[in-house]
Design a protein around this ligand. Structure first.
Ligand SMILES: [Zn+2]
Length: 410
């Protein structure tokens, strides 16, 4: 049993949508109202009391807290507590720039969160309680949702209605319980992550699939250039960052879905991925501060592999140390930096040569399972069959040097 988050589109009639937006607006009012009272309290007493008891007392004075479901109101209250807690933490470190957590803008639609109660999901129909005290007398709203059809979930644990600033639409997020599928497979596979080759996958029978990373690299470079000319964190900057994320995620979905389908077909039970330390070393963007940013597609890729794997009953491990796997000869074990030639081919004086990422993946395989797919009992090393794989990058064009931003078909 595990949890995954599903994005869902909301299909509601205009009237229902207006009520939902109004409830979300009430949540913003409640959020800001709590902040306002806390600021006032601080001015008067020099202290801020963010205990639930004190916040509940303030909630009673806020008329808009009757505009949506009472448990959701409590979750808004907890957002305020979290905001204050992280503010206090920053302040202790001397990092807080502002006097106190900031107000949400007037037109900001805050999320409506549901945990445990107040919501019902039957097929694609969702019913939400809005409490019993709304001025317009509306107690419930119902609408349809659509999300990816291939996830069979047992139960919806959490549901939130959120506003997507970029698309201007309200959407739903469902945290659902999924039962891991049974898997009869016994096979194992190791994956080396990289930039030029996104995933080098070595199966137990020594067959190899390479997923090129060229397109992702091109998309990221392109948007990085666009972003370089924009004010950081400005509206346009965030839009650009969002586009980049969508396009990269689209490609990651294609690659990971294909790989997991391939694993199912080949009877794979376990996937071992090298941890991300190697990625940070090998990608040189010349800016150490941004390393975290540069590593996100790989973190995203691993999380996709984990949940898609879990859906297919495949265990995905990412705890294998990648240290020196790229510079160690898989045949003789010699560690030599100069062996990694041209980023492409790994050639050792012992006679071994292989695509460098395949050599790395073989080392990860051996480290994870204490056995090598290519070293036979005679100690001979068979040359792996490298199957170069081209992805159908539907709807994605190579970025042009000048011209308009890329679009994905998604
Ligand atoms: Zn060697």
């Amino acid at each position: 049993m595990f949890l995954i988050t599903l994005k869902a589109q909301i299909h509601a009639d205009p009237q229902t949508e207006a009520v939902l937006k109004d409830a979300m607006f009430c949540a913003t009012k409640v959020y800001n109202g709590l902040l306002w009272h806390l600021r006032k309290e601080y001015k008067e007493t020099g202290r801020v009391n963010v205990s639930r008891k004190n916040l509940n007392r303030i909630l009673k004075e806020l008329p808009r807290s009757k505009g949506y479901y009472s448990m959701s109101v409590q979750l808004t209250r907890d957002e305020v507590r979290e905001a204050y807690k992280s503010f206090f933490a920053l302040k202790r470190k001397g990092l807080a720039q502002h006097e106190a957590p900031g107000f949400r803008r007037k037109n900001y639609l805050s999320p409506l969160k549901y945990v445990q109660s107040g919501y019902k999901v039957e097929g694609d129909k969702v019913t939400l309680s809005l409490g019993t005290c709304r001025e317009d007398g509306v107690k419930h709203v119902s609408f349809r949702i659509s999300c990816r059809p291939d996830v069979d979930y047992e139960r919806v644990r959490k549901l939130s209605i959120i506003y997507d600033k970029v698309s201007g639409r309200i959407e739903a997020r469902l945290v659902v319980e999924v039962k891991a599928r049974e898997n009869e497979g016994m096979g194992r596979v190791a994956v080396d992550l990289g930039e030029t080759i996104l995933m080098a996958c070595v199966f137990e029978d020594s067959s190899v699939i390479l997923y090129p990373g060229r397109q992702i690299k091109a998309i990221r470079r392109y948007w990085q250039k666009v972003r370089a000319n924009l004010k950081q964190n400005s509206r346009r900057w965030r839009q650009v960052a969002w586009r980049e994320k969508k396009q990269v995620e689209h490609l990651l979905h294609i690659a990971t879905s294909h790989f997991i389908a391939e694993c199912v077909q080949r009877g794979v039970k376990e996937v071992a991925i090298g941890n991300l330390n190697g990625i940070r070393e090998s990608i040189d963007y010349g800016d150490r501060l941004n390393q975290r940013l540069h590593a996100w597609p790989y973190r995203k890729l691993i999380s996709m592999l984990k949940y898609k794997g879990a859906l297919a009953g495949i265990i995905v491990r990412d705890d294998i140390s990648e240290e020196r796997t790229s510079i160690t000869c898989h045949a003789c074990g010699k560690v030599m930096l100069s062996n990694r030639r041209h980023r492409g081919l790994y050639a050792c004086s012992c006679g071994w040569s292989a695509q460098a990422d395949v050599n790395g993946a073989l080392n990860i395989f051996e480290r994870a399972y204490q056995v090598s797919p290519v070293k036979g009992s005679s100690g001979r090393v068979a040359r792996p069959a490298v199957m170069s794989f081209l992805l159908g990058w539907h709807g994605v064009a190579e970025p042009k040097r000048e011209g308009k931003p890329l679009r994905t078909s998604a």
